[in-house]
Design a protein around this ligand. Structure first.
Ligand SMILES: [Zn+2]
Length: 475
């Protein structure tokens, strides 16, 4: 008996003399007892490798069978048949899917509210509810004939992360909030990340929506009203988040790329999100008969477009960074006959980078090339239009640290990486410190029915998310 006590004392002393071990595995028993009585953490944590005062790591367990069932169930709210998923903004299936999510939020004890465009929020009040909340979430809309994991993992996974914390007995200090973003995909109105752009306070989008129609000429507001939203269309600015609403935002998402699966790594910690700029360019030449007009006398708009496409590649490669990319995805010639010299051409260019200046330099060089090519070929540069030019986003250092610490404590392999696709997080970064967690997905497939993430990988993602939220909530 005596020797056992002595051993315990030794162990205790050992822990106090090795702060690293103390921080990761155990708390000061005196503090623990005080906390048990008060229900509050006694000391303010200084970094994210602290042991969570009211959360036992061993009690963090994810109900993956239920999560998988929910993903399968949600996928049935689709306008195309299984295994494909088609869920377009404000359609009947979208409304039913939203109802499904709101119901799950309610079952998890979250208080649910919706804004004028249908962003949905489920809140778990912290014991200091006046502090800015920690938010997590993603989207559930799906482009035609896509899969059931894109976005969905970050919404259903977020609700399960809340369940994990509740089951473990955790009490959040800052409130935790699950967000379902309206229309991350641009399918219906040609606007991507519609909900998060508005949350980030885009006055330009609020204005543009007043005249926005879909392919069937149904106005945005008509569609929104049919789904029960936007009752007062002049007050879309009510969607804008108040400054300081969130102290952190974290999105869990499938990687949509092959790296994690290929390298056998469980968790991707996103440090930056690349942002696209899109350009539309038109050239006008003279056209003419493919046999009769001799080569020195031509003003071929088609060749101008072809030359510009090669110039895009050249300028992108000149940046010297692997993170700069450029694509000419559309190149149309008019009149489009084999025996007619193109009199008009239309080019659409997408260029992306994680460095805004570098990407904008590429845009500037593309513009210069378009002008030079036009004058050299005697054609007119009738349009050079930058359709959008969103700034890339960097993840917040503190959020990265919290995600890394959570992965380490859960003994999960992880790596820092860049998101080359963009997400609602890109816009949330404008109004909140932001971070993203990636999990592996089969062959990197996304936006098609073969999209797949294993229950095991989703479970890991939810665990890291839960622990990250817990850490950020107590900070
Ligand atoms: Zn997505």
């Amino acid at each position: 008996m005596m020797s056992l006590r002595f051993l315990l004392l030794l162990l205790l002393l050992f822990q106090f003399s090795v702060p690293g071990i103390l921080a990761i595995n155990n708390e000061d028993p005196t503090t623990k007892t005080m906390e048990d009585f008060s229900g509050y953490p006694i000391h303010e944590p200084t970094d994210y490798s602290f042991a969570l005062p009211n959360l036992l790591l061993s009690s963090v367990s994810v109900d993956t069978p239920t999560l998988q069932n929910q993903i399968d169930e949600l996928s049935t709210f689709s306008d195309t048949s299984s295994p494909s998923v088609t869920r377009i903004l404000y359609t009947e299936k979208d409304v039913l899917a939203r109802r499904y999510i709101k119901n799950l939020m309610g079952l998890s004890g979250l208080s649910v509210r919706e804004d004028a465009v249908g962003n949905i929020f489920g809140r778990w009040d912290g014991y200091e509810p006046d502090l800015s909340a920690v938010a997590t979430g993603s989207h559930i809309d799906a482009i035609p004939y896509s899969g059931k994991y894109d976005g969905v993992v970050g919404v259903l996974g977020a609700i399960e992360a809340i369940n994990v914390l509740k089951r473990s007995g955790f009490k959040p200090k800052r409130s935790l909030e699950v967000v379902l973003f309206t229309s991350e995909e641009p399918t219906r109105f040609g606007i991507s990340c519609l909900g998060s752009r508005l949350l980030a306070g885009s006055e330009a989008l609020a204005e543009a929506l007043k005249t926005t129609v879909d392919g069937q000429n149904i106005s945005f507001f008509e569609a929104a009203r049919s789904a029960g939203y936007a009752k007062d269309q002049d007050d879309i600015s009510s969607v804008f988040l108040r400054e300081g609403s969130y102290s952190a935002f974290v999105e869990l998402h499938i990687e949509q790329g092959p790296i994690l699966e290929a390298e056998g790594i469980s968790i991707g910690i996103v440090t930056a999100i690349a942002a696209p700029a899109s350009l539309k360019v038109d050239f006008e030449g003279n056209g003419g008969h493919a046999g009769a007009v001799l080569m020195p006398n031509r003003n071929d708009a088609g060749l101008a477009a072809a030359e510009l496409a090669l110039a895009v590649e050249k300028h992108v490669l000149e940046s010297g960074s692997i993170d700069t990319v450029g694509t000419v995805g559309i190149l149309e010639l008019h009149p489009g006959a084999i025996n007619s010299i193109p009199s008009k051409s239309h080019v659409e260019i997408d260029t992306r980078d994680i460095d805004e200046k570098r990407r904008n330099d590429v845009i500037e060089k593309i513009h210069q090339s378009a002008t030079t090519i036009a004058s050299k070929r005697g054609v007119r540069l009738s349009e050079f239009k930058i359709i959008n030019q969103d700034p890339p986003a960097l993840s917040d250092k503190k959020v990265i640290e919290a995600m890394e610490a959570a992965s380490k404590e859960l003994n999960l392999t992880h790596k820092l990486m860049i998101s080359r696709a963009y997400h609602d997080s890109l816009f949330m970064a404008r109004v909140s410190p932001m971070g993203m967690l990636f999990i592996p997905c089969y062959k990197g497939y996304s936006h098609k029915p073969e999209e797949y993430a294993s229950s095991h990988d989703m479970g890991n993602g939810v665990k890291v998310l839960a622990l990250t939220l817990a850490k950020l909530s107590l900070n």
